[in-house]
Ligand binder design. Structure first.
Ligand code: GRF
Length: 176
């Protein structure tokens, strides 16, 4: 059985989509947050998924004690030190068409720039933030009459479809 860990600091809607996608697929999921009261941990509790609060400074120890086939970041608002990602496969999802709009408020910045399109990107985590090898992207059209809230909802909807599929592909490939 494959085993993955999903790290998040907040809402956890991507974690929930991943958990639901893999429910009957022989993949064990563990959920970790660096915030004790993050909603992602409550979601895990409700879904009956093992979950842990792990202070950021204890992350490397946690990952040394627990082996995973893949580390998945989903709204994890911390930057791992190099020792953590050097020898491990870590993926992240970002709400823009990277390399555009790296960093925070990516959806809002694309919206305010009146882009015709924005989107989502799944990528390996490397030293520089939001810069690792791209694994998949999806386009989201910014319709003329769309509100920012509507755009955010559409982006999240598409994240929930794309991310589990990319994770599954990586697990099947066992790729480096
Ligand atoms: C997502 O939009 C993701 O792209 C970004 O952080 C957000 C996390 O949302 N990295 P959630 O916690 O999964 O609901």
């Amino acid at each position: 059985m494959k085993k993955i860990v999903v790290f998040g600091s907040g809402n956890g809607s991507n974690f929930q989509a991943i958990a639901e996608y893999f429910k009957y697929k022989n993949v064990e999921i563990v959920c970790v947050s660096d915030k004790k009261d993050a909603y992602i941990l409550k979601r895990a509790e409700k879904l009956g998924i093992k979950n842990f609060y792990v202070a950021f400074e204890n992350t490397e120890g946690f990952l040394n004690d627990n082996e995973f086939d893949l580390i998945v970041l989903a709204g994890y608002m911390r930057i791992f030190p190099e020792e953590i990602f050097k020898e491990r496969r870590i993926v992240n999802i970002h709400p823009s068409l990277l390399p555009k709009y790296k960093g925070i408020n990516a959806i809002k910045r694309a919206y305010e720039a009146k882009e015709d399109y924005t989107g989502i990107s799944v990528h390996f985590v490397e030293k520089e933030v939001d810069s690792g090898e791209l694994l998949a992207q999806a386009l989201v059209k910014i319709e003329k009459d769309m509100t920012l809230e509507e755009l955010e909802a559409e982006i999240h909807r598409q994240e929930h479809i794309l991310y589990p599929q990319v994770i599954e592909k990586l697990l099947l490939e066992g790729a480096e």
